[in-house]
Write a protein that binds this ligand. Structure first.
Ligand code: PLP
Length: 634
């Protein structure tokens, strides 16, 4: 477990069973059951589902909703807080219909609402969110249609809050309200001066793109007062950025925002609601706030600190406690999906011969001879090799190999001789690395050993489609084998995807002691017909719709999994994109493509390059290709 840090990032939803398989905790009636991911995949494979596969666990989504809502409920109780918590889920974090349906259905007991940042998101929200006690918070730029939709929903009894992101939005909103005879529920998004650490810190602070600064805020207050509508200003909102690693930054922001809130109450605005936006972090790497991919606090502490900070400021000013909204997205949906991939191939150095079998031509170039003798000599003294001697062998091997390469460039060494020299070099460094390990010596001065000992494992997936944040912003995602964990991994690997892009790889991995450039993996034994599967975890937030069609690799297969009476149930199986579907996304017409290819085949028949029967077979495989999955099929 230490190798992969699962205890830290798994949140006890993911564990390792005695069988050496990764399990996911799922609800089974009134109890829970740890189900092996490998057995889930096996069941699907038998039904014909291909990897890569995205598995969604509705239970994890529901438990996250519970954790957040219960966290605030107990902080409110303990802090004798007078307001209520009414969280909203920001649709942009995972817009899938299943997520929205589940949040509105299951979240109803908490009056859990939705945040919509655009017109399509508002339309999705209005179709599913019919709880009159829950909020629908409208952020983002709003045109007339967006505003009308929100006001009509309010007329029909929903609690829709229109948040001013820009000062110019106010006039349009007031104009539409007048026309429709509605008094709106307004919020303002404020630009805090407090900046926080983390990738998304730019969403908060003075320089953030969104929100009103303090003078624009005062202008809005004055304008509403002049129109006799200050009672419509009900909510102050800010968003500090996503995945805030440090609780101190969260406290600082809440304190500043509560001061602004109190100021607005003192200005005469009706207020009553404080919306703290997103930012609640989860641990992707288990480093407890020491990196941007983790946090130094849990949900409980987050809730308690927020309640405490607001209570302090409002008590001082004698202002009633506001109702609270947070817009946590990542912390709600990240655990919900796991991507399962299979390893297709590996690339690594393996000596072709044992030392006893090594031979050298009589007229081999001197550098090659030096490498050869270095290898034989090293082996002779294998049992009593000191750290210094290993360093010497390492230095000599590098010197001879580099020189051999330059002699090759001058034409003094031929291709076969260079290949032989490279093999000896890899062989010597592999030997040095093994000796260091067995004698417990430190290899820190021998930096090329890492490259020598690193294998490339080719996984059946696309970073760009399934893990866009890994490519775009170097986000860490937990990756580990989902089976064979009773065996000690023998290889260290970098994981490459099947796009032919050099960015399509994973070379940063969570480990309980830090981030490693390689992942310990087992020999996949593909040649023996075995399947070696890895899980990429915590991909439920932001990844699905941000992904793109690089190399025309499309959406993966998707399935939802739950347990009923001890048995795994598969539902909502969605086939990933077919080749013809992704081609239509980039404006091809598959029918036209078929005609074009048929014409090519027919002219090949006419010119007797292929027979008519061959044409039929070729056309059948072309059509099967169009219908097929965009990933490697097996
Ligand atoms: N609210 C707003 C306005 C956002 O822009 C975001 C995303 O960055 C969120 C909420 C969700 O944040 P998180 O996923 O960190 O909870």
């Amino acid at each position: 477990a230490e190798l992969y840090g699962i205890r830290e990032w798994g949140h006890d939803y993911f564990n390792i069973a005695k069988t050496g398989e990764v399990t996911v905790k799922l609800k089974d009636g009134k109890k829970t059951k740890d189900v092996s991911l490998a057995s889930i995949v096996k069941g699907l494979r038998e039904r014909g589902t291909q990897l890569p596969l995205l598995i969604r666990f509705g239970d994890l989504l529901r438990w996250r909703i519970d954790e957040l809502n219960e966290g605030f409920a107990s902080a409110i109780k303990e802090g004798k807080y007078q307001g209520v918590y009414r969280g909203v889920y920001p649709i942009k974090v995972n817009q899938q219909q299943e997520v929205i349906e589940e949040i509105t259905r299951y979240g109803r007991k908490y009056h859990y609402g939705l945040e919509a940042g655009s017109k399509p998101e508002l339309i999705a929200a209005l179709s599913y969110m019919h709880d009159p006690e829950a909020y629908i918070v409208c952020n983002g730029y709003k045109d007339e249609e967006f505003i009308d939709l929100a006001l009509n929903a309010q007329k029909m009894g929903l609690q829709v809050i229109l948040v001013l992101e820009m000062p110019t939005e106010l006039d349009l909103i007031l104009e539409r309200c007048e026309k429709m005879g509605v008094r709106p529920t307004l919020g303002v998004r404020f630009r805090l001066s407090a900046e926080s650490a983390g990738h998304w810190s730019g969403s908060g602070g003075d320089a953030s793109v969104f929100g009103l600064n303090i003078s624009q805020l005062m202008h809005v207050v004055d304008h509403l007062r002049e129109r006799g509508m200050l009672d419509c200003l009900r909510m102050l909102h800010y968003h500090q950025g996503s995945q805030i690693p440090n609780i101190r930054a969260i406290r600082q922001a809440v304190t500043e925002a509560t001061r602004v809130y109190v100021g607005l109450v003192q200005e005469g605005a009706r207020m009553g609601i404080l919306d703290l936006g997103g930012g609640l972090a989860i641990s992707y790497d288990g480093l407890k706030g020491a990196s941007e991919a983790s946090s130094n606090y849990g949900t409980k502490e987050y809730c308690a600190d927020i309640i405490e900070a607001i209570t302090e400021v409002t008590a001082e000013a004698g202002v009633p406690h506001p109702d609270l909204i947070t817009e946590s997205g990542r912390a709600i949906v990240a655990y919900y999906s796991v991507l399962i991939i299979n390893i297709l191939d590996i690339n690594r150095f393996e000596p072709r011969k044992s030392v006893a079998e090594l031979e050298l031509d009589k007229d081999a170039p001197p550098l090659l001879r030096n490498l050869f003798e270095l290898r034989l000599d090293a082996e002779k003294h294998a049992t009593k090799t000191s750290r210094d001697r290993l360093q010497e062998i390492y230095n000599d091997a590098i010197y001879y190999r580099d020189k051999l390469r330059s002699e090759f460039n001058y034409g003094k060494v031929n291709l076969r001789e260079r290949a032989h020299g490279e093999e000896l070099y890899w062989d010597i460094l592999t030997w040095v690395s093994k000796m260091l390990e067995s004698c417990g010596h430190d290899g820190s001065q021998m930096d090329r050993l890492d490259t020598i000992m690193t294998d490339f494992y080719y996984g059946n997936f696309s970073v760009f489609q399934s893990l866009p944040d890994l490519w775009a912003i170097d986000q860490i995602f937990p990756v580990m084998p989902i089976h064979r964990l009773k065996e000690k991994p023998t290889r260290n690997a970098v994981l490459s995807d099947i796009t032919c892009d050099s960015d399509g790889k994973i070379d940063k991995f969570a480990h309980s002691s830090g981030i490693n450039p390689t992942l310990p993996l087992h020999d996949p034994q593909i040649e023996k017909g075995h399947e070696y599967m890895l899980g990429i975890f915590l991909v439920g937030a932001y990844q699905e719709t941000l992904g793109d069609l690089h190399n025309l690799l499309g959406d993966t297969n998707v399935v939802s999994v739950r347990v009923e009476n001890g048995k795994v149930k598969y539902s909502r199986e969605l086939e990933g994109d077919s080749v013809s579907e992704v081609l239509t996304y980039v404006e091809y017409d598959p029918k036209d493509m078929l005609t074009r290819f048929r014409n090519l085949a027919e002219s090949a028949v006419i010119s007797k390059r292929i027979t008519a029967t061959e044409r039929r077979e070729i056309m059948e495989s072309f059509e099967a290709g169009l219908r097929g999955y965009t990933y490697f099929e097996s």
